[in-house]
Design a protein around this ligand. Structure first.
Ligand code: NAD
Ligand code: AHE
Ligand code: ZN
Ligand code: ZN
Length: 370
């Protein structure tokens, strides 16, 4: 079938709106009509060429909401008409990772997903006979996309797909990092570095966890208004302290450091600051930001010897098929806020503007409506 899609032909170039060919679903696969998709910083990151796994030409996008159009042979858990959120972290329920009870990082299809192909090693996308790659197993920048059955969470049909698409990455990642990865307890102090869609969702998670102090750090003070509206208590712009390392500013502000910090930028120097602003003896820092090829984190081992903990979080530690429907219901019940995160909505033809707005720091999330 034909599909409108935004194609990334090469790194560093704007996306091109094309009419592509999409092959129907093979065994264990599902054809989905994407209704709406968010644009996440990770899409920009891969388009920039900084992603070690980035391969082109590719159809990016991983924060979508859609409707099942057709199912392949052997698919039992989904049928045409079901509303779904694509999962870049699938959940097969049977691999060692799924069975461990310790992680959400299902590895059943991770190798082929990273290579930009379906589990059988081939792509369902092409144009003029030339193969186009899948991205993160989701490729939501195409009106029609094909995913493995294990990469789809079935959700409440009453949920607006142009809102809950943000649960496909940003909102879930931030809230989950607080509740699942850090397990922030009531009264705890929290520092959040980076007030994009992820950092603001960490703020939201910290409020849900009943954290005491929620300190937001961003070099763009325009972001603080939304953070305050979501429940943040303190705002720090590193540019106001040109002569003092930001970790020292936060240690002094809190009289010894925070209980938890979250890096939501992808900057390895900020990752160090986020660790070092944690309280001696128990402070935990969670890395959420994705850093480019060749980047490495550094600190004095003494920081860890003296009790600080460095951890990471992918998709907020959330098991998508099991837990995401509950996140959707919590949005429907008013507990999870998504609408304020949507700064712009636009059609697929304007998708490059969504990338520009994020680069310029003017959008928390742009949602593309097909
Ligand atoms: P974003 O671009 O919307 O937000 C980043 C924010 O960081 C901006 O507000 C910006 O002003 C601020 N910032 C930049 N440099 C800064 C600095 N030196 N000090 C303080 N603030 C600074 O991005 P996003 O969509 O919120 O994504 C954030 C990061 O999280 C990205 O690296 C993205 O790839 C990553 N991410 C990870 C996961 C995961 O599962 N681990 C999921 C989604 C996104
Ligand atoms: N491909 C990159 C890493 C990218 C990365 O860390 N992705 C996150 C999700 S970001 C969503 O916006 C993730 O879930 N990682 C776990 C995984 O298995 O990819 C690289 O460095 O190679
Ligand atoms: Zn993302
Ligand atoms: Zn699995």
């Amino acid at each position: 079938m034909k599909s409108r899609a935004a194609v990334a032909w090469e790194a560093g170039k704007p996306l091109s709106i094309e009419e592509i060919d999409v092959q129907g679903p093979k065994a264990g696969e599902v054809l989905v009509r994407i209704v709406a998709t968010g644009v996440c910083h990770t899409d920009l990151f891969t388009l920039s060429g900084a992603d070690p796994e980035g391969a082109f030409p590719v159809i990016l996008g991983h924060e979508g909401g859609g409707i099942v159009e057709e199912v392949g042979e052997g698919v039992t858990s989904l049928k045409p008409g079901d509303h779904v959120i694509p999962l870049y972290t699938p959940e097969c329920g049977e691999c060692a990772f799924c069975r461990s009870g310790k992680t959400n990082l299902c590895q059943k299809i991770r190798v082929t997903q990273g290579q930009g192909v379906m589990p059988d090693g081939t792509s369902r996308f092409s144009m003029g006979g030339k193969q186009l790659l899948h991205y993160m197993g989701t490729s939501t920048f195409s009106e029609y996309t094909v995913l493995p059955e294990i990469s789809l969470a079935k959700i409440n049909k009453d949920a607006p797909l142009d809102k809950v698409c943000l649960l496909g990455c940003g909102v879930t990642t931030g809230i989950g990092a607080v509740l699942n990865t850090a397990k922030v307890e009531p009264g705890a102090s929290v520092a959040v570095f980076g007030m994009g869609g992820i950092g603001l969702s960490v703020v939201q998670g910290a409020v849900m966890a009943k954290a005491g102090r929620i300190i937001c750090v961003d070099t763009n003070p325009a972001k603080f208004e939304m953070a305050k509206m979501l429940g943040a208590t303190d705002f720090v712009n590193p540019k106001d302290y040109p002569d003092t390392p930001i970790q020292q500013v936060i240690v002094e502000l809190t009289g010894g450091g925070v209980d938890y910090s979250f890096e939501c930028i992808g900057n390895v120097d900020v990752m160090r600051a986020a660790l070092e602003c944690c309280h001696k003896g128990w402070g935990e820092s969670i890395i959420i930001g994705v850093a480019g090829a060749g980047q490495e984190i550094r600190t004095r081992p003494f920081q860890l010897v003296t009790g600080r903990v460095w951890r990471g979080s992918a998709f907020g530690g959330v098991k998508g098929r099991t837990e995401l429907p509950g996140y959707v219901d919590r949005y429907m019940g008013g507990e999870i806020k998504i609408d304020p995160m949507i700064t712009y909505t636009m059609g697929l033809d304007d998708i490059n503007r969504a990338f520009d707005l994020m680069h310029e720091g003017k959008a928390i999330r742009s949602v593309i409506i097909f």
